[in-house]
Every structure is written in structure tokens, then in C-alpha cells.
Write a protein that binds this ligand. Structure first.
Ligand code: ANZ
Ligand code: ZN
Length: 861
């Protein structure tokens, strides 16, 4: 008989047995009561980090509780396996990307298995495998057939380190690449795009359906989509050309005193007069090399050049000059604006710099604006002036105010129309990289761009490739691969050599899991519909926009192609907090110091300079020397302790501070559980004790213990239900185990009920230990196949006693209070009672005497 808690033995043993039993296999049909629990799948870098461990543990507990509650659970795992690191490893170490990736997958899979995560491994997907990306290509062609995948020449974000283009979502707010951190440049290239802008409005309005999402994430998506409302207005030039502009303030049209086109606007060449050609061209060249971030930076001195031409303001027939300036972007609105310097700050600065006219059309209530003396633009409320039919109307977007009135006027006079505009741009998806899904397109001299027919999919990525240096895809250099026949006319043709953004791979993997082995389709509609939507998605906040927005977009397009029925893929979303650890930093040099290099951690100093170090918690990372390796923790304490610590230390959505002492504390708790339960099971000869309890006939001790048991069931269940408060759920388990430890009658049915309940409640959190204890109790079926315990309301009711209330020793009445209330609680009940309120009114309490279980005496004058 093993008398010590030895996680190493137990965990390995049960992991093997569970795998043999197929314990975590998904039920064939989801049925009425289904639950799809999903963690964001990892990039197979080779090693799990603590962030992964936390993410997957949270989802695992949820999946396990739902199974015990009788749900048919789908809980899959896979690999987001395409991407640049594999290519860089190939360049640096000469290992083919496929080999490197599959090695890493193997390594990470076994690390996941060591954590006791209840995945159905039969549904594992790897996005780099041809039987997955075949369907990624197929889905791309569905987009193409819907007119949602197209090519265009565009100024794109170019990452000079990774030598590839990036989507807007992949450039951070400082204009740097999400991957390499390089300052993004602009380049004019012909690229593939997905028309996510067609879905901008739905992606925005359907956010309202997502009750189970954090408000913060919904807000980030709404801001990214960036809906603005206004009008299109057509200006005619002296040359007879039409320039369409987008404005959010059509009511200020009477104040438009010049126009500004983006330097890339297609009419610029035509509008430029001979004497302005040189200046205009020089300016265009300069603007072309600048990033959007720099062009639109606030407080930057305005620059621009006059084209030499004029347009006619359609509301008052005024002749106004047409300029170009870099603060007007080609891919927002129409790439052209009317400038209203009195009421728009950028236009104001531009007018001041180039001495262009300023016309006030909104007058504030409490002052009088004078165009000649204004120091800044006035973008606020007021009354319309100098504005023909709008004069006297209140400025604003509301009903009856100037903006709707202006739109009405434009529409009545055929000069423009109300419209909405979105900040969201189409998704640039082609990458000049090798390790990704080949875009299934062929270029033929006579037929043009021809999609690869479905029956010729997948376009297989050749796996034995030579990498020489960074930059450029080796695909373009592989003549055998590039040269092909046109599927349409049979003539010699060439393949597209760009691959897809890896975010495409992850935009539909949750659909594939529902029908992972399907060879005829990416997934059967019926099957996908039965499992979807994902009931609980868990992952990092860093995907608030990118992955989560793209997945929503894919779902809607596939729905519109009748491939799936849902509108939204993820019913509820939990964004788990970061795992942080103690970090040591030299504040003078800014260098991070590894704790192992510090002589005295109580008084940490820089080993080189002797400077005292700054000590704080920060997200674990290699570069800050504060990472804790999951393997080390598992090796020392086992998976169950690691899981318990992670769940206990902080609620899932909050940051978690790693603390070795607390890990140790959880290990000790599990040891106590072991002693408590094995002590009991030995006394029972490892036979399950039948607990058919007659609750009407219990001793006080038994009643109290039973109340503790059922309170634990109630509290743990509620904590799990109410936002997955696993930390407080584990506190309840600790309370119950203490109550059992303190219990007097060990050989009773109630005690047996308590031990069994404790092990059942523990099962989702520490699955190996719970299984071992369950089996030691003499049960033959897995603890994970048991039903989640239900509490009995009657067991929660506490016994009551009569409490006498005295004032200065004289009995004034009695009240009923719960038995077992503490001294402080008794005093509070007494103070709150009507009797005390009545007799103590206006008196000062000098002393309170509490006789537990009997009376409270107030000494008051
Ligand atoms: C005239 C005007 C008057 C404007 C005024 C604003 C205030 P949002 O809210 O972001 O949609 N604009 C339009 N297209 C642009 C482009 N391609 N590049 C740079 N600026 C552009 O902003 C819309 C406003 O930004 C539009 O309304 C236009 O200036 C400018 F008192 O038109 B407005
Ligand atoms: Zn052809």
C-alpha cells in the first residue's frame, strides 16, 4: 500500500489508462446537451510556456465539470503550424521547416499530455498538413467565387526584417510589425485581399449578440471597425471631372474653401497644370515612402502642393483651389476631402501655412468667431451661419440638426447622399513566404488568373526545399513547382508563389474540429451545426482584434455560402490574464538581471555595477530572466499541483503572480487530501461505503458535517457557474477538507459521503489525484465518469437556538439565531434585533456580555 502522495507515479499511470480507455473521446453525436470547450491552439514553438499551461488548465476544468454535469463535450486541440519561425529555423539551422514543425508538435503534445488535459486527440489538426490546408485552399476558392478574394495593386505595409507584407491588424499603434518589431515601410505591390469590408456593418452590429464576451474586447473590435457616418458629395472641377469626397460634416459645406486630394489620387495627374508638374511629382515621391502612421501623426507640420486647378463648391458655386497633401489617405473614404479650415484642425493648420481662405459657418452661443483672429479650429456646437438654407439651425448630428438637414438638402438637390464609412480595410492576405498555404491560383497568358479546380487540390507545398538566406520565398525559385498547365486551356502557365497569411488557417480550425476526419469536405454542415457555436472559448487578449475578428468574418462568409448555419462562432469568450513573475532590473542601466546571478535576493544588487535593483512583477519572458519552466514545476510537484496553484492563485481573467511558496502550499494541500482520504479508505478496507442517508434522524455532529458537505457542493458549483471563479471554488474544497479533518465520527455514513463528495469535487481540478483516491475507495469506474454532486437544500439549513436578550441583566425578550454562530455573530444578531433597538435607543453601550448559545447582555446608560 502506497502511503505517500507520489504524483510522478500516479499521473503517468492514469494518463496511460485514460488514453487506453478513450476516456476523453468526444461522444458521436452532440445531442441536446452539448458543450464545445475550446482553447486557442498554440503555435508549435517546441515548448509550452506558463501562459499556455494557464490557458489550457482553465479550459480543461470547464470541460471536465461539464462532462460530470452530463454534457456531451467536445474538447479538442491542434496546432497553428504554419509561420515564420519554422523558416527562420531552417535558415539558421538547416532543418526543413516541415521537419522542425512536426518535431516541435511531438514535443509539445507530450508536454500537454503530462498536464492531464482531457483532449480528444483523435480530432487533432495541424494547419500545415495537406489534409488540413487542402480545405483552407478550398475555402479560399469559396471566397473567390463570392467575389470576396481579389487582387489589387496597393501601397502595403512592408516588414523589412521578415521581408514580407503585413495586414493592418498586424501593425501596432507605433507602426511596428507584430512579429519582428521592425518599423513598417510602405511598398507598392500587387497583392491578394479578402473583402472583409463587405462585412463591416455585420461585424459591428452582431457584437450585440455576444453577451458572453468581455466588454473590452467588443469595444476594441468596434473601434477597429470604426464606423463613421456622413455624406458623399460630388465636386466638379474646371476640367469637367468629378471628385467625390467623404465628409462627416456635410453641414459645413458652405465653409469649404479648398480641396485636398491624397497624393495617390487617380485624378492628380490630370488636374496638375504644366507649371506644377515638377513640384507635384516630387511631393508624390516623398509621400509614397512614408508610413500611414507618420503621415497622419498629430502636430506634424502640414505639407502639400497646389495642383494648379480649381473645383466648384456645389453649394455656392465658389471656385476653390485643389491641393494634394499627405494627411489625406488614399484608402480611407474616397481619398479626397473638402477642407473646412474654420472647423477642422488639420485643415486649419494647412490653411494657415499656405494662406488659404477661412470661412466660419458655425457660431458658438457664447462668443463670436472671427476667421482672421482664430488660433485653432472650432469643432464644437453652435448655430449655422453663412450657410444658405442651413442658417439658424443648431449644429449637430441629432434629429432636426444641421447634419441630417445638410444630407437632406444634398439628396434633394442631387449633389450628394448620406453614407457610412469604416476604418476597417480589406484584409491583405498574401505573404512572400514559403511556410504557409499556397494560394491556389494560376496565371495563364491567354486566360488570365485561373483558380485551381477543386479536384486538383491541394496545391501541395514542396517540403524538401533549400533555404539560403532571409528574404524572398524559395517557392518562386522552384521552376518545377511554378511551371504548370492552365486548368482552363492547357497552355503553359505559372502558379501564384505567395502563400496565405497564417491567420487564415486559424480562422476556421474550430469548424474542422467538429468533423476533423472528413475527406470530402472541410466539415459536414449538419455536424458542424450540431456542435457549434463554441460554448466557451478561452485565450489571450492579444487576439482581441486579429484572430477573433477574422474568425467572425469567416463564419459569416461560410454561412452565406450555406456551409454552416451560425452567425457567430464563439458564444462566450474568456480572456485569461497573464502569468507574471518576480523581475529584477537595474534602473540605471535598464538591464534585467537573472535571479541566479544575484548574491542576496533580500537585498538584490547588480552583480556587475553593485546598483540596487528594482523588484516587480512582470509577464514571464526569457529576455527578462523571469520565466518559470512548466517542466521544472511538473517534475518537482506534478501536474495536479501546478493546476491547483494556477487555478487558486487568481481568478482566470486576472493576472497571476507566480510564487514558489504558494506552489508549495498547494502541494501540501494535496498531500493532506491524500492522507485524509487514504486514511478513511484503509479503514473501510478499500470498499465503497454505501451511503443511503436518512437525513431525518441525524445527530447534531452529523448534521453539522452534512451541512459543511452540501455547502461545499453548492458553493463550488456556483463559483464554477458564475464566471469560473475557480480560486474561491478551491477555497471551498479546503474548507470541506478541514471540516472532515475535524470531524469526530469517522466511521459514519455522513463522513463517507463527505470523503466521496470531496473527491468528486476535486476531480476537475486535480484529475489524477482524484482518480487515484476514487479507485482506492474501491470504485471501478473513473471518477471523471461520475455525476457532478447535487446539494440538498434541506441539508443547508442550520439548527437554531433561542437567544435571550438582556439590558443591564434584565431579560427583555428572545430571538432565534443559527446554532453555532460565533460570539461576534451573536452580538451582531442581538444588536440588530428589534428588542435591542427599542431598549437601547438614545443610550450608550458601555459593555456587551455574550454567553455563547445562551444570552447577550447589554450594559448601557
Ligand atoms: C469636412 C469636415 C469638416 C470634416 C469638419 C471634419 C470636420 P472620420 O470621423 O474618421 O470618418 N477625411 C475624409 N477622408 C479622409 C481621408 N482619406 N484622409 C484624411 N482625412 C479624411 O473622419 C472623417 C473626416 O475626415 C471627414 O470629414 C474629412 O474631413 C476627413 F469640420 O470633411 B471632414
Ligand atoms: Zn489558359
Amino acid at each position: 500500500m502506497e502511503s505517500r502522495y507520489n504524483p510522478a507515479d500516479i499521473e503517468k499511470k492514469w494518463q496511460q489508462q485514460w488514453a487506453e480507455q478513450g476516456l476523453d473521446k468526444t461522444p458521436g453525436t452532440p445531442g441536446q446537451k452539448k458543450f464545445y470547450a475550446l482553447s486557442m491552439f498554440p503555435y508549435p514553438s517546441g515548448n509550452l510556456h506558463m501562459g499556455h499551461v494557464r490557458n489550457y488548465t482553465i479550459t480543461d476544468v470547464i470541460a471536465r465539470v461539464r462532462r460530470m454535469q452530463g454534457y456531451n463535450v467536445l474538447h479538442p486541440m491542434g496546432w497553428d503550424a504554419f509561420g515564420l519561425p519554422a523558416e527562420n529555423a531552417a535558415i539558421d539551422r538547416g532543418i526543413p521547416p516541415a521537419k522542425w514543425t512536426y518535431q516541435n508538435i511531438g514535443q509539445m503534445r507530450s508536454q500537454l499530455q503530462e498536464l492531464g488535459l482531457s483532449y480528444d486527440w483523435e480530432r487533432e489538426v495541424a494547419t500545415c498538413s495537406p489534409d488540413y490546408y487542402r480545405w483552407t485552399q478550398w475555402i479560399f476558392l469559396q471566397f473567390y467565387q463570392s467575389g470576396l478574394a481579389y487582387q489589387k495593386e496597393a501601397a502595403v505595409n512592408w516588414d523589412p526584417i521578415d521581408q514580407t507584407v503585413l495586414a493592418n491588424e498586424q501593425v501596432d499603434s507605433e507602426g511596428r510589425s507584430w512579429r519582428s518589431g521592425a518599423k513598417v515601410e510602405r511598398k507598392l505591390l500587387r497583392q491578394w485581399f479578402l473583402k472583409i469590408t463587405d462585412y463591416a456593418d455585420q461585424l459591428l452590429t452582431d457584437l450585440d449578440q455576444l453577451d458572453g464576451w468581455p466588454e473590452r474586447v467588443k469595444l476594441m473590435q468596434a473601434n477597429w471597425i470604426g464606423k463613421s457616418t456622413g455624406a458623399h458629395v460630388v465636386f466638379t472641377t474646371e476640367t469637367g471631372d468629378e471628385i467625390k469626397i467623404y465628409t462627416t460634416r456635410p453641414d459645413t459645406l458652405w465653409g469649404a474653401s479648398f480641396m485636398v486630394l491624397s497624393p495617390e489620387h487617380p485624378l492628380v495627374e490630370k488636374l496638375t497644370t504644366a507649371d506644377q508638374v515638377d513640384a507635384i511629382q516630387a511631393y508624390q515621391e516623398m509621400a509614397a515612402g512614408m508610413s500611414e502612421m507618420d503621415r497622419t501623426a498629430e502636430n506634424r507640420e502640414k505639407t502639400g502642393v497646389w495642383t494648379g486647378s480649381y473645383a466648384i463648391n456645389p453649394v455656392n458655386d465658389q471656385k476653390i483651389p485643389i491641393w494634394i497633401a499627405d494627411y489625406v489617405l488614399m484608402d480611407y473614404g474616397t481619398g479626397a476631402i473638402m477642407a473646412v479650415p474654420a472647423h477642422d484642425q488639420r485643415d486649419f493648420e494647412f490653411a494657415k501655412k499656405f494662406d488659404l481662405p477661412i470661412q466660419v459657418v458655425v457660431q458658438p452661443e457664447d462668443e463670436t468667431l472671427d476667421a482672421a483672429t482664430m488660433a485653432v479650429a472650432y469643432p464644437h456646437d453652435g448655430v449655422m451661419v453663412n450657410s444658405g438654407p442651413l442658417d439658424g439651425i443648431a449644429a449637430g448630428k441629432g434629429e432636426g440638426q444641421s447634419v441630417p438637414a445638410a444630407i437632406q438638402w444634398l439628396e434633394d438637390n442631387n449633389k450628394g447622399e448620406g453614407t457610412a464609412n469604416y476604418r476597417l480595410r480589406d484584409w491583405l492576405i498574401s505573404r512572400q513566404r514559403y511556410w504557409g498555404v499556397p494560394i491556389p491560383m494560376i496565371y495563364c497568358d491567354s486566360c488570365g488568373t485561373v483558380p485551381v479546380p477543386d479536384d486538383q487540390l491541394p496545391v501541395v507545398l514542396p517540403e524538401d526545399v533549400e533555404f539560403s538566406a532571409r528574404g524572398g520565398s524559395p517557392l518562386a525559385k522552384m521552376a518545377d513547382w511554378v511551371n504548370c498547365q492552365c486548368p482552363s486551356c492547357g497552355a503553359d502557365a505559372k502558379r501564384e508563389t505567395d502563400t496565405m497569411d497564417t491567420f487564415i488557417d486559424s480562422s476556421w480550425y474550430f469548424l474542422r474540429y467538429t468533423d476533423a476526419k472528413n475527406e470530402a469536405l472541410p466539415f459536414a454542415k449538419d455536424t458542424a451545426d450540431e456542435w457549434l457555436a463554441v460554448d466557451q472559448y478561452v485565450g489571450g487578449i492579444e487576439h482581441a482584434i486579429l484572430h477573433l475578428l477574422y474568425s467572425r468574418f469567416f463564419t459569416k462568409v461560410l454561412r452565406d455560402r450555406n456551409l454552416v448555419s451560425i452567425d457567430e462562432p464563439f458564444q462566450r469568450l474568456l480572456t485569461q490574464g497573464m502569468v507574471q513573475a518576480i523581475t529584477y532590473k537595474n534602473p540605471t542601466t535598464g538591464k534585467y538581471i537573472a535571479p541566479g546571478d544575484i548574491a542576496d535576493l533580500n537585498e538584490p544588487k547588480d552583480p556587475e555595477t553593485g546598483d540596487p535593483l528594482q523588484v516587480f512583477y512582470e509577464k514571464m519572458s526569457k529576455s527578462k530572466y523571469n520565466g518559470v519552466e512548466p517542466r521544472a514545476v511538473l517534475g518537482k510537484y506534478g501536474a495536479d499541483t501546478a493546476r491547483m496553484f494556477i487555478l487558486f492563485k487568481a481568478p482566470p481573467e486576472k493576472d497571476l503572480e507566480w510564487d514558489d511558496a504558494d506552489v508549495e502550499g498547494q502541494f501540501r494541500f494535496l498531500n493532506r487530501m491524500w492522507l485524509l482520504v487514504t486514511g478513511f479508505t484503509e479503514s473501510q478496507g478499500h470498499q465503497p461505503r454505501i451511503t443511503d442517508i436518512d437525513a431525518s434522524n441525524l445527530s447534531k455532529v452529523d448534521k453539522d458535517l452534512r451541512r459543511a458537505i452540501h455547502t461545499a457542493i453548492k458553493e463550488v458549483s456556483e463559483d464554477v457557474e458564475a464566471g469560473y471563479q475557480f480560486n474561491t471554488a478551491i477555497s471551498e474544497l479546503m474548507k470541506l477538507s478541514n471540516a472532515l479533518k475535524d470531524a469526530k465520527q469517522l466511521d459514519s455514513d455522513i463522513y463517507a459521503e463527505g470523503i466521496q463528495t470531496l473527491v468528486l469535487l476535486l476531480a476537475p481540478f486535480a484529475p489524477h489525484l482524484a482518480e487515484e483516491l476514487w479507485q482506492q475507495m474501491g470504485f471501478s469506474e473513473s471518477v471523471h465518469r461520475q455525476s457532478w454532486p447535487q446539494f440538498e437544500a434541506s441539508a443547508l439549513v442550520a439548527d437554531e437556538i433561542t437567544l435571550v436578550i438582556q439590558i443591564k441583566g434584565k431579560t427583555r425578550g428572545t430571538i432565534t439565531v443559527p446554532a453555532g454562530a460565533s460570539k461576534d455573530e451573536l452580538e451582531q444578531y442581538a444588536r440588530d434585533s428589534d428588542i435591542a433597538q427599542k431598549h437601547l435607543a438614545g443610550k450608550e453601550i458601555k459593555k456587551v456580555i455574550v454567553v455563547p448559545g445562551k444570552l447577550v447582555n447589554f450594559v448601557a446608560i
